[in-house]
Design a binder for this molecule. Structure first.
Ligand code: NAP
Length: 254
């Protein structure tokens, strides 16, 4: 078991932490000594999530709980925040990472595919922010980190729904940062470029090669690289950073 860096015991929720970037963030925060509330939306994912929770507890000596909740549904999002508070006593860090894609050219995009992506990525972020912010305001401490995307900053053909959701996440981040700064709560967005996860695994090898060519670093990023940035923004050292959108994209958007 490794010794945690953190002195004050803090409690964190990472939405969509069953795999990919969310799982890497949960591991990063656990390594830093945070108790972790893990989450995914599918009931079939619970067994895997419980296994991951035990692994984090054994490796880092923290407490980890699992809560299956669809962040797009406001009562479920409230239940997720309440689960963390009743298990650990507070929610100090909220990472809104859960996200989906349903790509297609705008002219052919089905209304339900537009709505689904907005519901999970944008409304899900709002639901969790709203539920957590009321707890954080009372305790006068909090860190909220929202997962945006370079696509939300620059747009991308075939992703109007996703780009709109991730641009909206930036709007939530900046507005909420202004509302909450005086209560010692920071709200920031992280905007990754292409990161190797199940989400980008859906791309063909030809598409991956074409994308890598557009990235200054000539490679996809690693989930762990995003997690390290989130780990810093979640820390007490990041107290004077708020309302920011930090791109982590290997120089793709330059
Ligand atoms: P991923 O591998 O597809 O994982 C997504 C996670 O979100 C899973 O744990 C999934 O679990 C959960 N999830 C999906 N819908 C949910 C819902 N309604 N409620 C709660 N949890 C839900 O995705 P990823 O690549 O790690 O991406 C993570 C985040 O980074 C997303 O917001 C994504 O948009 C953003 N991002 C990714 C990239 C990239 O290149 N990978 C780039 C920029 C931004 P269940 O399926 O069980 O619900």
């Amino acid at each position: 078991m490794r010794v945690a860096e953190q002195t004050t015991k803090r409690n964190a929720i990472v939405t969509g932490s069953s795999r990919g970037i969310g799982a890497a963030i949960a591991r990063e925060l656990a390594e830093k000594g945070y108790n972790i509330c893990l989450n995914c939306s599918s009931k079939s994912g619970l067994e895997h999530l419980e296994h991951f929770a035990s692994e984090l507890e054994d490796a880092y000596g923290i407490k980890a709980i699992c809560c299956v909740a669809n962040v797009a549904d406001a009562p479920s999002a409230q239940n997720l925040i309440d689960c963390c508070v009743s298990a650990f006593g507070s929610v100090d860090v909220l990472v809104n990472n859960a996200g989906i894609t349903k790509d297609g050219l705008a002219a052919r995009m089905k209304e339900e595919d537009f709505d689904a992506v907005i519901s999970v990525n944008l409304k899900g972020t709002f639901n969790c922010c709203k539920a957590a912010a009321s707890k954080m305001m009372k305790q006068r401490y909090g860190r909220i980190i929202n997962m945006s995307s370079v696509v939300g900053v620059a747009g991308n053909a075939g992703q109007v729904n996703y780009a709109a959701s991730k641009a909206g996440v930036i709007g939530i981040t900046k507005s909420l940062a202004k509302e909450l700064a005086a209560r010692n709560i920071t709200v920031n967005a992280v905007a990754p470029g292409f990161i190797a996860t199940d989400m980008t695994d859906a791309l063909s090898e030809t598409q991956k090669a074409a994308i890598s060519d557009r990235i200054a670093a000539k490679r996809f990023g690693e989930a762990q690289e995003v997690a390290a940035l989130v780990g810093f923004l979640a820390s007490e050292k990041a107290a004077y950073i708020t309302g920011q959108v930090i791109c982590i994209d290997g120089g793709m958007a330059l």
